[in-house]
Design a protein around this ligand. Structure first.
Ligand code: C2E
Ligand code: CA
Ligand code: CA
Ligand code: CA
Length: 282
């Protein structure tokens, strides 16, 4: 399923000339996507390890363009960031994710959380805290059910500026995760100062588990460090039972990845969560 899903995406890095020529076209097409309803969200479940239960989902953006086909977020989000369109798109993602969560809550999933990826442009914009507060209020989502995911490199590159913004979100009651942890330049001093609640260990460190000696040394170290700072530690990209067991044995709090489920559309994901049992085969 993974390979098939990937193959349908257009990869610009396959051909750099194509990338240059199509960048302008894609940027133009992106401008219209919100009006034309070409964006949608998929949701990937996240599971706590003890007790084993589905705790929430991460919302992930998908763009199906009539002209360009399905384009991967890693290909179009940088373009949306350059053009500033990420502000509008990001606000749409936030609102849509909260609307879906609210529908699920009406189906009885009232403690489920939703995590939304936030780009640096959104974070540094003056009124993003206000936008988030308004969306939560409009839709009626308790703030502690929303988590914002920020990449490590973004937080570290703008540590002084972002710390104040993050404080405002914590005051609102929203959770804050450092995404792709371990891949950027991380300063432990900054990490200590940032008011975050969660660390997401990047898939790159999970891939080699349980046999790769480096990954097997690094992941428990991140778990221990996160716990000593009072943070929740989530591993992403967990694809096998052996990886899950390794992480469970080292006290990792939660996992996310194909071993539990790939990202699903909202209806499928609701059904998945409602039918999920701790002992179900994978
Ligand atoms: P991310 O935040 O690190 O998201 C995890 C990515 O890993 C997702 O790719 C997900 O589909 C994929 N994944 C999850 N589990 C597995 C697994 O077990 N194996 C493998 N091979 N892959 C797995 P996706 O959906 O293509 O998203 C790529 C990136 O695009 C995200 O990385 C995130 O940085 C960005 N992104 C996605 N949606 C948004 C959004 O709404 N706003 C912003 N600013 N960025 C977004
Ligand atoms: Ca993420
Ligand atoms: Ca991530
Ligand atoms: Ca990642």
């Amino acid at each position: 399923a993974k390979a098939a899903g990937r193959r349908t995406f257009m990869r610009y890095d396959d051909n750099m000339d194509l990338a240059v020529r199509q960048r302008a076209t894609v940027s133009g097409a992106l401008r219209k996507v919100l009006d034309r309803g070409e964006l949608r969200l998929v949701f990937q479940p996240r599971m706590s390890l003890s007790p084993a239960r589905i705790t929430g989902v991460e919302a992930l953006l998908r763009w199906s363009s009539p002209e360009h086909g399905d384009i991967a977020p890693s290909d179009f989000i940088p373009i949306a960031e350059e053009s500033g369109l990420i502000l509008e798109i990001g606000e749409w993602v936030l609102r849509e994710a909260c609307l879906v969560l609210q529908r699920w809550r009406q189906h009885g999933l009232d403690e489920m959380t939703v995590s939304v990826n936030v780009s640096v442009l959104q974070l540094l914009r003056g009124d993003f805290t206000g936008v988030v507060a308004r969306v939560l209020e409009d839709i009626g989502i308790p703030p502690h059910l929303l988590e914002l995911e920020l990449t490590e490199s973004v937080l570290m590159a703008n540590a002084e500026q972002t710390a104040a913004r993050l404080q405002a979100f914590r005051a609102l009651g929203v959770s804050l995760a450092i995404d792709d942890f371990g891949t950027g330049y991380s300063s432990l001093a900054y990490l200590k100062r940032l008011p975050i609640t969660t660390i997401k260990i990047d898939k790159a460190f999970v891939d080699g588990l349980p046999h790769d000696a480096e990954d097997a040394a690094i992941t428990p170290t991140i778990v221990a460090m996160g716990h000593s700072l009072g943070l929740r530690v989530v591993a992403e990209g967990v694809e096998t039972e052996a990886q899950m067991r390794f992480l469970a044995d080292r006290g990792c709090d939660e996992i996310q990845g194909f071993w539990i489920s790939p990202p699903l559309d909202a209806l499928q994901c609701l059904a998945f969560i409602r039918n999920w049992r701790p002992d179900a085969p994978h």
